[in-house]
Ligand binder design. Structure first.
Ligand SMILES: Cc1cc2nc3c(=O)[nH]c(=O)nc-3n(C[C@H](O)[C@H](O)[C@H](O)COP(=O)(O)OP(=O)(O)OC[C@H]3O[C@@H](n4cnc5c(N)ncnc54)[C@H](O)[C@@H]3O)c2cc1C
Length: 472
C-alpha cells in the first residue's frame, strides 16, 4: 500500500474478500475445490455484495437465488436495475468467479405455499470462461467508469439473468439446502445467520485499518522531512529557519506523527486479537474484534484522510506536484472511509455495542475484554467528581499517562451514561429508530471517544514496554 494503493486493494479483493468469503462462509468441500487455485491466482475472483441501490444496508439487497428442486440448482437473478451489483472489484476485467450475496428463495415453502425468503446468503457464481475468459451466458458486465482514485482496480457492475449454478455453490457454513429443498442451519433466526455471515468478513476491515496507518506514515514522513529542509524567513540579518521551527507547523505535524505511532500499536493489537479469534473461535473475542475493527477502521481512515490534506498544505506549492505523491495518496485512500463499511455506519455499531454492554453491566453481566475498563469506570468515575477539574494542575500530574487515560475513560463513561439516559427518554415518544436518530451525534462522539481511549491505552502500554527495553 505504501507503494501503490491500487495493488494493495487488488490483492485485498482477491485474498481477503473473494478468498476470505469462500474459506470463511464455505465448508470443507469449498476449501478443497477452491483454496489452492485462489491462492495461486488461477481463480481470480470478486466479492459481489453491494448493489446500485443498497450498499450499507446489506439486509435490503434484492438479488435472488431461487432453488430449483428439479435440476438441483440455484437460479441467480437481478430483479431490477437497482439490484445490479455495483462497484465490484476485479469484476470489470479479471475475475472468473464472484461470491454473490443474494436472498435465498425456496419455492412453495412459505406461508400458504408462497416462496420462502430465507435472507441473505453467499453463492459462488462463475462469471467468465476459465479458458477463453469470455463472459458467461446470462451475465452482463460493465466497467463502473473512471474513478477519483484507485484506477488500478477494475470495479465493475454485474447483472444476472437466470444464471444457473449447482446447489454445491451455496457457501453453506451457516445455512444449507438439502437435495429435497429442506433448509437447515445451526442458527435459529435470519438475523443471527446474517450477523454470523457478516461477522466472518471482519478481515477486510482489519486490513484497511492496517494499510491506512501505512498511508499515514508515508504522508507524514514526506511532510516532516520536507519541513526540516524547507527554509523560510527568520530573525533579521540571520539565516532563514526551517519551517518545522514554526510553532504552527509543529502543531500541524507533530500530533500526526504521534498519532501514526499510536495507531501503529493499536493496529498491532487489533491484528493480535484477530489472530486469536481465528485460532480460538472464542465468542467473546469474536464480538470484541467485530467492534474493535469497526471502530479502528473508521477512526484511523478518517484521521488519515484529513491528515493527507494537511501534509500537502504543509509542503506548500511543492506539495501540489503530483511527483510528491499527496494527490495520489489522498485520492486512492479517500474511499477507505466508505468501503468495507461506511465510517459513520461502523461507528454506530461501536456505540450500539457499548450500550449493550452498559445494559448487561446493570443486569449483573460481564464485560468483554476490550470494554473491561468500563467496569471500573462506571463504578468509580461516575461516582467521583470530574478527574480533570478535581485533581491537581501540576505538570507531573497532567503528563502522567495514568491520569490521561483516566480522563479519556471518564469522558467515555460520561458520554455513555448520558446517551443511555437520553435514549431512554426519547424512546417513549419517538420509538427506537427515532430516538437513535435524535441522539446520533452524541452516539458517534461516544464511539470516537471510546476508540480514542483504546488507542491511548495501547500507546501507553507500548511506550512503557519500549522504554523498559531501552533502559535494560
Ligand atoms: C472503489 C470502490 C470499491 C468497492 N469495492 C467493492 C467490492 O469489491 N464489493 C462490494 O460488494 N462493494 C464494493 N464497494 C461498495 C462499498 O462497499 C459501498 O459503497 C459502501 O458499503 C457504502 O455503501 P453506499 O455506497 O451504498 O453508501 P450509502 O450507504 O448510500 O451511504 C451514503 C451516505 O449516507 C450515510 N448513511 C448511510 N446510512 C446511514 C445511517 N444509518 N446513519 C447515518 N448515515 C448514514 C453514509 O455515512 C454516507 O455518507 C466499493 C466501492 C467503491 C467506491
Amino acid at each position: 500500500g505504501g507503494v501503490d494503493i491500487s495493488l494493495a486493494i487488488k490483492v485485498g479483493v482477491q485474498y481477503s474478500l473473494w478468498g476470505g468469503s469462500v474459506i470463511n462462509l464455505g465448508t470443507k468441500k469449498h476449501k478443497e475445490k477452491y483454496f489452492d487455485k485462489i491462492d495461486n491466482l488461477e481463480y481470480p475472483g470478486c466479492f459481489a455484495m453491494t448493489e446500485l441501490h443498497h450498499g450499507s444496508n446489506v439486509q435490503a439487497l434484492q438479488t435472488t437465488a431461487t432453488f430449483d428442486p428439479v435440476t438441483d440448482e440455484f437460479i441467480i437473478d437481478t430483479p431490477n436495475d437497482g439490484a445490479i451489483k455495483w462497484w465490484i472489484g476485479n469484476a470489470a476485467l479479471h475475475g472468473k468467479f464472484a461470491t454473490v450475496f443474494a436472498r435465498l428463495i425456496l419455492p412453495l415453502q412459505g406461508k400458504g405455499g408462497e416462496p420462502a425468503d430465507m435472507g441473505i446468503h453467499a453463492f459462488i457464481v462463475p462469471i467468465r470462461d476459465l479458458e477463453t475468459h469470455a463472459v458467461l451466458p446470462g451475465i452482463e458486465i460493465n466497467d463502473c467508469g473512471h474513478k477519483i482514485g484507485l484506477n488500478g482496480v477494475d470495479n465493475g457492475a454485474l447483472r444476472f439473468r437466470s444464471v444457473r449454478i449447482p446447489r454445491d455453490n451455496l457457501l453453506n457454513r451457516f445455512g444449507d439446502v438439502a437435495r429435497d429443498g429442506k433448509y437447515t442451519s445451526s442458527l435459529p433466526t435470519i438475523n443471527r445467520r446474517f450477523a454470523a455471515t457478516l461477522g466472518e468478513l471482519v478481515g477486510g476491515r482489519v486490513g484497511l485499518a492496517y494499510s491506512s496507518v501505512g498511508v499515514l506514515k508515508v504522508a507524514v514522513t514526506i511532510a516532516v522531512r520536507y519541513a526540516l529542509l524547507r527554509q523560510q524567513f527568520g530573525p533579521p540579518k540571520e539565516p532563514e529557519i526551517s519551517v518545522l521551527d514554526y510553532q504552527s507547523h509543529q502543531h500541524k505535524l507533530m500530533p500526526m506523527l504521534a498519532s501514526a505511532y499510536a495507531f501503529h500499536f493499536a493496529r498491532a493489537y487489533l491484528v493480535d486479537m484477530y489472530s486469536e479469534m481465528k485460532k480460538t473461535n472464542d465468542e467473546d473475542v469474536t464480538a470484541d474484534v467485530h467492534v474493535l475493527s469497526s471502530g479502528l477502521k473508521s477512526y484511523i481512515t478518517s484521521y488519515t484522510a484529513k491528515s493527507i490534506s494537511i501534509c500537502r498544505e504543509s509542503c506548500g506549492g511543492h506539495g501540489y506536484a503530483a511527483v510528491n505523491r499527496f494527490g495520489g495518496l489522498r485520492n486512492d485512500h479517500d474511499i477507505f472511509q466508505t468501503f468495507e463499511g461506511d465510517n459513520t455506519v461502523l461507528l454506530q455499531q461501536v456505540a450500539g455495542d457499548l450500550l449493550k454492554q452498559y445494559q448487561q453491566k446493570f443486569k449483573g453481566g460481564t464485560l468483554s475484554v476490550t470494554w473491561n475498563y468500563l467496569r471500573d469506570s462506571m463504578g468509580t468515575y461516575l461516582s467521583q467528581p470530574n478527574p480533570v477539574t478535581a485533581r491537581w494542575e501540576g505538570e507531573d500530574h497532567l503528563r502522567d499517562p495514568k491520569f490521561q487515560l483516566d480522563a479519556f475513560r471518564y469522558r467515555t463513561s460520561r458520554l455513555l451514561h448520558s446517551v443511555a439516559a437520553r435514549l431512554q427518554k426519547h424512546m417513549k415518544t419517538l420509538g427506537g429508530f427515532g430516538a437513535w436518530n435524535r441522539c446520533l451525534n452524541h452516539l458517534l462522539t461516544l464511539a470516537e471517544s471510546h476508540i480514542e481511549s483504546v488507542i491511548l491505552a495501547r500507546f501507553i502500554e507500548a511506550v512503557k514496554r519500549y522504554s523498559f527495553c531501552a533502559v535494560t
